[in-house]
Design a protein around this ligand. Structure first.
Ligand code: UDP
Length: 239
């Protein structure tokens, strides 16, 4: 169905947990490889891919703060965790022959380049992949917000949020068999119904700049391709 148009340039947001596989922390090389294969497939099809990866598989600032640590320090550790994930993803993408680069929001030489918007766009235009690391570079933000920010900055057609479920539901589909998937939602519906698509900062940023978000199931074969093609996959959030 025609819930969207095919995207030429995307910003794909993966949670850190998406890289854990069956483990309770860290990176599963097999899962990393599978994600890299999917990104390589998109790139081969001419789709320009920017990536933001979370850090929740290693550290989350809020969790560290709850355990007694200073929140800002915890957030710094969380941002460093996203750099670790980004380096792993760069390695997997490079191994697949892609020109992959990490651009960090905080200076990280010699591990990573710094964020440079025009360089990022140029790399995407010549078929390379850019992984935006260290979130926004600021505490109290999330990588969902970073994904929306970078997506808007690089003029992506779409922010794709990879999850473990097939989109946004009226209720938790695991607990409630009558739960229905939303095909399409407006930003205001997401806000009014308090649907946990992304944090409020991320939703408001996308609303202010007309950036569509599609939530889809990364574990479902073909879902990423279908989401990029603008088919009825997951849930599209737009005006
Ligand atoms: N973080 C931050 N500022 C940002 C992005 C992330 O301080 O702009 C920190 C924050 O502590 C967060 C952690 O990095 O908990 C990991 O990011 P996130 O929780 O978004 O990862 P995900 O849940 O997507 O794995």
């Amino acid at each position: 169905s025609d819930t969207g148009t095919a995207a030429r340039r995307i910003l794909l947001k993966l949670s850190g947990e998406a890289l854990m596989g069956g483990a309770d922390h860290g990176i599963d090389p097999a899962v990393l490889g599978r994600v890299a294969d999917e990104v390589a497939e998109l790139a081969a099809a001419g789709v320009q891919v920017g990536l933001v990866i979370g850090g929740g598989n290693i550290f989350r600032g809020a969790a560290l703060a709850a355990a007694g640590m200073d929140r800002v320090t915890g957030d710094h550790m969380g941002m460093l965790a996203t750099v670790i994930n980004a380096l792993a993803m760069r390695d997997a993408l490079s191994a697949r022959g892609l020109e992959a680069g990490v651009m960090s929001a905080v200076p990280m030489s010699p591990f990573s380049e710094g964020f440079d918007r025009l360089r990022a766009i140029r790399r995407l235009e010549r078929g390379g992949v850019v992984i935006f690391a260290a979130g926004t570079g600021n505490p109290f933000f999330t990588t969902d917000s970073a994904a929306c920010l970078r997506g808007i900055e690089i003029r992506a057609d779409l922010v794709l949020k990879a999850t473990k479920v097939d989109g946004v539901y009226t209720a938790d589909p695991v607990k409630d068999p009558s739960a229905r998937r939303y095909t399409r939602l407006t930003y205001d519906e997401v806000l009014a119904r308090e649907l946990g698509v992304m944090d409020l900062t991320a939703i408001l940023l996308c609303r202010d700049h007309g950036m569509p978000i599609r939530v889809f199931n990364m574990n479902k074969p073909g879902a990423l391709q279908r989401a990029v093609a603008g088919e009825d996959e997951g849930t599209l959030v737009e005006q």
